[in-house]
Design a protein around this ligand. Structure first.
Ligand code: HDE
Length: 716
């Protein structure tokens, strides 16, 4: 085998010379329809139409008479409308997608794999990524507490490679056969279809309480990872264990990781709840806004690799998807990066019709015996058939950018017209021949397997709490507090005491303090002593704070500038310019969405700025930072405006960065009153940066502004 494989790399490299990072965008252009003002309206079959507003009917001109079924134009319009919906995804129904490219830094991964996509630094492979929530239906809110999908399709020159990933590195179950049970339990309850997109209900906590293999994943789901600030600020994980095969025919086990350039950031729970109503499309809009503003999100692509011979050298089973590979045992190797730089042109044909399959791998990459992965490899292809039909891989967004030839034929919605007299192999024309492995044909790794056919799980799959505990130990105090609060919120929504009592009992397997605190909050079972030791094992990589960028980045952060008539316009202009340097966006928020007049101008005629939004139509939840400029009259008005005061107070409660200058500082004083804490000094003092993320200054000073802007960069 090894001998054959050594020649593959050169074959594969020569196959790719024409593939560019925009190859998929160019491929999609074949299907793009761009109407103009001279486009004429037709039926679907191309006949021009003169009226699509009146159903053909019998009428004497003044009275309405019977409508005629013979109206083929009306019938076509209505029939097409009647069939616009397709089944939504059984999970991950709500999502948002974008195009981009992937590249590796060099060929350092060639010691593990011969796959050119992971080793050839001269390539830029086009990609499409769809982010999603798991539980909610297609119209549900973005900011719910949930795992996020992070599904990536790489259109490689050797075929599509789909890594169907999540933003959490482990999963709720170990064996795919449990997936229908798990999904039934997490989705709305069967009797009344309540609640939507929430785990806060009896059935979810009932299931995970009886299924202790979920314990580790539940800890992650109760952490801040489950309420991301943005899809752009999430880490991604392939979760399952895959394999890499190198040119010598050696196999390594691998896990995939994606680390966002912007760091990992989350909402606070109160903010997430409010955004669910105030802006249910918050994440979808955020992705689009950043890409359109020229700030393409970027991730480092890293791998963790274990040589085949070391498979059994760990206290956990490396094929168990409820376990991470601690980074002190298996370090991360950064090998590449990917960027999302183009939004979709139309949601349905791209984001809705895109279809991922874990079984789509390319030569040089393989599966493992991970029982979750094996089941997934069956499920994804199957589900696309009910959602999109058997020819789903021919849909524009799904079709590969490399040639596709085989003898699969027909089926509903066949788009390809095969010009040939033979559709089988072997054939007299010698058409469409299998490719030997040495020339790039996929070949399975020769794995020796001996065993008895039986329904069991491996011995190491029986341990469920060590890593849940390691995750808990690795959290900072505020992350721990958020986890406690999340458990309390969720379990308080369960009204069956068997459910919340059992779960609080289970928590004692993870940590005594966690169990006691949560039990007290929800009337659960508070343990009197720990049932297991907690030796304090940690992995620093698990806290999202460990992923903060080396220096603060404010790019794409949304800064609200609160103004009323009489604000200091020169100062606002200068501050906006400073934020623009850091690529943050600024938004003027005033008492009305029309011109707000600046200090020294006559109200109604002077200069000023047209507010982007009013205090009522957008809320502080939609912004990362709030700034109140100077201006005596403007400050007086804001002080009297309850909604403006609420804006600042709420932003402070959500740990946002807040700044004020001169008279603007009075507004902060009124809005934020934490007894015993000196947040900032008087309005005419020098620059003050408090540890609470509040910056105030008596007088705006352009030279120090740039520094301050970065000092108030929102924290994780
Ligand atoms: Fe999925 N999953 N899943 N899943 N999954 C689907 O496929 C399934 C699992 C993930 O944006 C479905 O096309 C089984 C783990 C994402 O289109 C379905 C098991 C991970 C997406 C399916 C799992 C994921 C899906 C539904 C074994 C993280 C959205 C629609 C327990 C690595 C993809 C579809 C998109 C979607 C099955 C577990 C991630 C039914 C059987 C683990 C990101 O096929």
């Amino acid at each position: 085998m090894a001998e054959g494989l050594t020649t593959i790399t050169s074959h594969l490299k020569s196959a790719v010379s024409s593939l560019t990072d925009d190859a998929k965008i160019k491929d999609l252009e074949r299907n793009i329809v761009k109407p103009t003002s001279s486009s004429q309206m037709t039926t679907d079959y191309g006949a021009k139409v003169s009226d699509t507003d009146h159903w053909l009917s019998i009428s004497n001109g003044s009275d309405v008479g019977p409508a005629l079924l013979e109206d083929q134009i009306a019938r076509e319009k209505i029939t097409r409308f009647d069939h616009e919906r397709i089944p939504e995804r059984v999970v991950h129904a709500r999502g948002a997608g974008a195009h981009g490219y992937f590249r590796v830094f060099d060929d350092r991964a060639s010691k593990y794999t011969f796959a050119p996509v992971l080793t050839d630094a001269s390539r830029r492979t086009p990609i499409f990524i769809r982010f999603s929530t798991v539980q909610g239906s297609r119209g549900s809110a973005d900011t719910v507490r949930d795992v996020r999908g992070f599904a990536m399709k790489m259109y490689t020159a050797e075929g599509n490679w789909d890594i169907v990933s999540n933003n959490i590195p482990v999963f709720f179950i170990q064996d795919a056969i449990k997936f229908p049970d798990f999904v039934h339990a997490v989705k709305p309850e069967p009797q009344n279809e309540v609640p939507q997109a929430q785990t806060a209900h009896n059935n979810f906590w009932d299931f995970v309480g009886l299924q202790p293999e979920s314990a580790h994943m539940v800890m992650w789901a109760m952490s801040d990872r489950a309420i991301p600030r943005s899809y752009r600020m999430m880490q991604g994980f392939g979760v399952n264990t895959f394999t890499l095969i190198n040119a010598k025919g050696e196999r390594h086990f691998v896990k995939f990781h994606y680390i966002p350039e912007l760091g990992v950031h989350s909402l606070v729970w109160d903010e997430a709840l409010k955004l669910g109503g105030q802006d249910p499309d918050f994440h979808r809009k955020d992705l689009e806004e950043a890409i359109k503003a020229g700030c393409p999100p970027k991730w480092t692509f890293a791998i963790q690799v274990i040589p085949e011979k070391d498979e059994h050298n760990f206290e956990f089973d490396i094929l168990d998807a409820t376990k991470v590979w601690p980074t002190d045992l298996v370090p991360l190797e950064e090998i590449g990066e990917f960027v999302l730089n183009k939004t979709v042109d139309e949601y349905f044909p791209e984001t809705e019709q895109v279809a991922f399959c874990t079984s789509h791998i390319v030569p040089g990459i393989g599966f493992s015996d991970d029982p979750l992965l094996q089941g997934r490899n069956f499920s994804y292809f199957d589900t696309q058939i009910s959602r999109l039909g058997v020819n789903w891989e021919q849909l524009p967004i799904n079709r590969p950018v490399c040639p596709v030839f085989n003898n699969n034929r027909d089926g509903r919605m066949q788009h390809r017209i095969h010009k040939s007299t033979v559709n089988y192999f072997p054939n007299r024309e010698n058409e469409v021949n299998p490719v030997p492995p040495a020339e790039g044909g996929f070949t399975e790794y020769m794995q020796k397997v001996i065993g008895l056919k039986q329904r069991v799980r491996g011995a190491k799959f029986q341990e469920h709490y060590n890593q849940a505990q390691m995750f808990w130990n690795s959290m900072t105090p505020h992350e721990k507090q958020h986890i406690i609060n999340a458990f309390a919120f969720e379990l308080s929504h369960c009204d069956d005491e068997r459910v919340y009592k059992r779960y609080t009992t289970l928590l004692n397997q993870i940590d005594f303090d966690l169990a006691t605190t949560v039990a007290r909050k929800v009337n659960g079972v508070a343990p009197d002593k720990p049932v297991r030791q907690n030796p304090g094992k940690k992995d620093g990589y698990l806290s999202q704070l460990s992923l903060a960028p080396k220096s603060p980045i404010i790019a794409t952060r949304r800064v609200a500038i609160l103004v009323a008539d009489g604000f200091n316009e020169a100062e606002v202009t200068a501050v906006r310019a400073m934020f623009a340097i850091g690529k943050a966006t600024t938004w003027i928020i005033g008492p009305r969405r029309s011109k707000i007049f600046s200090a020294g101008q006559q109200i109604g005629t002077g200069s000023g700025l047209v507010a982007d939004h009013s205090f009522e139509d957008q809320r502080s939840t939609m912004f990362d930072a709030v700034y109140v400029p100077s201006g005596a009259e403007h400050a007086k008005t804001l002080l009297k405006t309850g909604r403006a005061i609420h804006w600042v107070r709420e932003a402070f409660a959500h740990c946002k960065a807040i700044g004020a200058v001169g008279e603007g500082v009075h507004v902060l004083h009124k809005a934020i009153d934490v007894p015993g804490v000196n947040l900032f000094t008087s309005p005419d003092s020098d620059n003050v940066v408090s540890s609470y993320g509040v910056v105030t200054t008596g007088k705006y000073d352009l030279t120090s502004a740039a520094t301050d802007v970065f000092k108030i960069a929102p924290g994780p």
